[in-house]
Design a protein around this ligand. Sequence first.
Ligand SMILES: *Cc1c(COP(=O)(O)O)cnc(C)c1O
Length: 236
Amino acid sequence: MSEKGSTEGVESNTAFHLASVRAAIVRSAQEEGRNPNDVTLIAVSKTFEAEAIRPVLLAGQREFGENRVQEAKAKWPALKEEFPDVRLHLIGPLQSNKVREAVALFDVIHSVDRVSLVRELAQAQANLGVERMPELFVQINTGEEPQKAGVAPQFADAFIRECREEYGLLITGLMCIPPANDPPSPHFALLNKIAKRNDIRSLSMGMSADFEQAIMLGATHVRIGSAIFGGRSAGM
Ligand SMILES: *Cc1c(COP(=O)(O)O)cnc(C)c1O
């Protein structure tokens, strides 16, 4: 097969995968009596180059997720010139010293998880003005895994209150990544419960393997990588 031929094959594959994922989202939402438009598909493009992302853009996808600020900064400014209505979601951990770059590039940050970061975000908000700040979601470590980022469930209410009342941040969503070996549904249900009692509307939960269950439990944002782009090397 010629090099050109193989690239075209990959492109039509990603467009096909994207269409299948979109159809599955519509089906799951409708089964629950939910409006499919209330579920935002975030195509997680981490580790993939611009050439792999472009076909997904050409197929009409506009919301993308990245887990590293530096990687996103290298790929997205050029793609955003071509597709100015793209919205970028930071779904990985944010170091305090990258806050300024992150708020300039991302439209939503899903990984607010500690007071030192909240302090930097409040400073960025003071500099930029609240209307130019990304939307902020708090990450909850629903499985209380020591190696995983996120606020422990028992501290979630106090943390959200602190973000809002002491730092003036508008927290509009919650995010979780269930432990790899647990059934995910109890984690999604817990995230939903924490959101409800804190008057939070957006729920970022569900990945390639479990987004249908997440939609059944109220997900408003599903983060889907491998089901669209194919597999990544281990651990990414
Ligand atoms: C990589 C990643 C995803 C996408 O995972 P897939 O299983 O490839 O769909 C979703 N959320 C976060 C936080 C990620 O890091």
